[in-house]
Design a protein around this ligand. Structure first.
Ligand code: MN
Length: 200
């Protein structure tokens, strides 16, 4: 059963002027699509072929002989999750239980933003920054390359892609400006709340 790349949850120009249609054309249409194609090629005719993408990611993590399957599978998952973490009407402040837990575990929304920006800006090279639920508490973590916190028993709630291909066409080397824009204009708190409610 080949894994299908899900459709983008909005039009390619929907995040303009913050993230351009050109970026999404390459990022969704080339980078993400290539991870999906390679993943399907690597799992074909293996025991992983019948497993869900999440199960394959967890089963192949840390196994050097399965690095190609893990890297392409995790990147397939991470990008789908990332598209949903943004919205044309994003930004603002979270509500409900999520707002309560951010205050409880991060101190305040501003403190969360500082921690998330710091994690995203200081991820050396390629990777991701995440808000996760870990042992019932919110935490901010960063991961290298394709790595996903789900392999450590943490539930991803929010992510930002900090591979250069995510921001270079729009922000060039200014990764901190991309992170600020993500948090101020794009973050889809409703999706983060859905993920939290499903995990609690
Ligand atoms: Mn990417």
């Amino acid at each position: 059963m080949a894994y299908q790349q899900p459709n983008l949850p909005y039009e390619k120009n929907a995040l303009e002027p913050h993230i351009s249609a050109q970026t999404l054309d390459f990022h969704y249409g080339k980078h993400h699509a290539a991870y999906v194609t390679k993943y399907n090629g690597f799992v074909k005719d293996t025991e992983y072929d019948v497993m869900s993408l999440e199960d394959v990611i967890k089963a192949s993590a840390g196994d050097a002989s399965k690095a190609a399957i893990f890297n392409n599978g995790a990147q397939a998952w991470n990008h789908t999750f990332y598209w949903n973490c943004m919205s044309p009407n994003g930004g603002g402040a979270p509500g409900g239980k999520l707002a309560e837990l951010i205050d409880r575990d991060c101190g305040s929304l501003d403190n969360f933003k500082t921690a998330f920006k710091d994690a995203a800006a200081t991820q050396f090279g390629s990777g991701w920054a995440w808000l996760v639920l870990s042992n019932g508490k919110l935490d901010v973590v960063k991961t290298l390359n394709a790595a996903n916190p789900m392999t450590e028993g943490k539930t991803p709630l929010l992510t930002i892609d900090v591979w250069e291909h995510a921001y270079y066409l729009d922000f060039q080397n200014r990764r901190p400006d991309y992170i600020d824009t993500f948090l101020d204009k794009l973050v889809n708190w409703a999706f983060v709340e859905e993920n939290l409610n499903a995990a609690l």
